[in-house]
Design a protein around this ligand. Structure first.
Ligand code: NAI
Ligand code: SF4
Length: 442
């Protein structure tokens, strides 16, 4: 059985509430951080742990924290990105719903380390029932002296606020989130300046994902050196994976980042294999924004090495033969799934969610959607496949925020690995909507 650091207590009845959380070791890390470590030691421990941002980018958390500007008399903020909107990703929801105090404790330690006296949880509007759970945990923590003024007699003050989003995917992009938090339309800002220098209301701000902030608790508890042992290389610690698609056991799993993709898909501890005993066709390992991998490149890298559930291994070979761990939204497709239809579904999503600020994204996502629609519905031409390739190339790297790349990469990967499936749609227009999708036509 894999060891757990975040969900190890998730099964305990009542863990959502303060008394049970505290009785099971909760807030011990906060006590340690505030009373015996101090801010700089916490930052050092997080650096030592090698923790990387769990929202998707995998940026080193300790490094991000050390970038925060500290001009005299200017407030600093910690913003928790709980706008978990990446299709296939639902691990932060699980954490907030079942162990909200882990997030509150993580926010306390992280804010203390950063010298922030206000922290915000920006949560996606569709998670309508979770703000109440968070508000309750915050109220309980405040009631017990873990929030408010002079916490534990240390002279440190902290308030945590919950802000609901209104259902826009783009507000998960950190600068759009900050705009939205300031009460404006959620349009991404150009970076640099990064939020660590100029963030919320122009002040230094760290934006971290829910899981990242929660992971600070076990790091303080066990120490950075121990945390590293839960992974391989630069993929340290444990990672929450939300697994969905054609598998026997969809759900949220905490893995040590030292298991193989094959073990994750086929072992009973995790996904339990492909539903109905069907063949594995493809997988999107890190949420819809990352490239799809065909089965032959999913279990082994192009070099023939075992593909591991790590940042490095999943990206081995770059996007030509690899993908990304991303947000840990693990979408498994069996032999009956249609890659063209799947790609169209995502293209529709990105077109709908584009904020429209930059032309390549605003126009390109719509164009890709139209061309994919034609191919999927039997009205495509062979030249449309090259056209699609051309459009995605013109979006990638030419936009203000990563939504453009996120829209382009899935299309590129689908054509790269499943071009014959696109061609089949063009040459079999009458069967386009009635076929048995998948491997059968090869
Ligand atoms: P990014 O690589 O631009 O930045 C990562 C983080 O590091 C940011 O907080 C940024 O401010 C910080 N950073 C980078 N360089 C810095 C520097 N020189 N100084 C100070 N700070 C610096 O990536 P981004 O836009 O934050 O995230 C993109 C990823 O988000 C995608 O790869 C995707 O996997 C993921 N994503 C996740 C979603 C979810 O629901 N969890 C939704 C959509 C995308
Ligand atoms: Fe908006 Fe798309 Fe440009 Fe991002 S890439 S700023 S979502 S138009």
């Amino acid at each position: 059985m894999g060891r757990k650091l975040l969900l190890d207590k998730a099964h305990i009845e009542g863990i959502r509430y303060y008394d049970t959380y505290r009785a099971n070791g909760g807030y011990a890390a906060a006590e340690k951080a505030l009373k015996s470590m101090g801010p700089d030691a916490v930052v050092e421990e997080v650096k030592k742990s090698g923790l990387r941002g769990r929202g998707g980018a995998g940026f080193p958390t300790g490094l991000k924290w050390s970038f925060i500007a500290k001009p005299e008399g200017v407030p600093r903020y910690l913003v928790c990105n709980a706008d978990e909107s990446e299709p296939g990703t639902f691990k932060d929801r699980y954490l907030m719903e079942f162990i909200p105090h882990l997030l509150v404790e993580g926010l306390l330690i992280s804010s203390f380390a950063l010298g922030a006296n206000r922290a915000y949880i920006y949560i996606r509007g569709e998670y309508a029932w979770i703000p109440d759970i968070l508000e309750q945990a915050i109220a309980e923590a405040k009631n017990k002296g873990w929030l408010g003024k002079n916490i534990l007699g240390t002279g440190y003050d902290l308030e945590i606020f919950v802000q609901r989003g209104a259902g826009a995917y783009i507000c998960g992009e950190e600068t759009a989130l900050l705009e939205s938090l300031e009460g404006k339309r959620g349009n991404p800002r150009i970076k640099p300046p990064f939020p660590a220098v100029k963030g919320l209301w122009g002040c230094p701000t760290v934006v971290n994902n829910v899981e990242t902030i929660a992971a600070v608790v076990p790091i303080v508890n066990i120490g950075g050196d121990e945390y590293i042992k839960f992974g391989i290389g630069k993929s340290t610690g444990t990672k929450l994976i939300s697994a969905c698609g054609n598998i026997n056991k969809p759900g949220v799993y905490e893995i040590e980042m030292n298991i193989s993709v094959e073990e994750f898909i086929y072992s009973d501890e995790y996904c339990g294999g492909i539903k109905g005993g069907k063949r594995l066709k493809a997988c999107i390992p890190g949420g819809s924004s990352v490239p799809v991998l065909p089965a032959n490149l999913l279990l082994k890298t192009a070099k023939g090495e075992t593909r591991m559930m790590t940042y490095e291994s999943l990206n081995d070979g770059g996007f030509a033969t690899g993908s990304m761990l991303g947000s840990g939204g693990f979408i498994v497709m069996d032999e009956d799934q249609c890659i063209v239809r799947n790609t169209l579904t995502f293209a529709r999503f990105y077109h709908h969610e584009s904020c429209g600020q930059c032309s390549p994204c605003r126009e390109g996502t719509g164009w890709m959607k139209k061309v994919l629609h034609n191919i999927e519905y039997g009205k495509g031409k062979m030249s449309d496949i090259d056209l699609l390739w051309d459009i995605q190339r013109k979006i990638e790297g030419n936009t203000i925020c990563p939504l453009g790349d996120a829209a382009a990469w899935p299309v590129a990967a689908a054509i790269r690995h499943f071009r014959d499936e696109f061609e089949w749609h063009v040459t079999h227009p009458d069967e386009a909507l009635t076929r048995n999708f998948g491997l059968a036509h090869y």
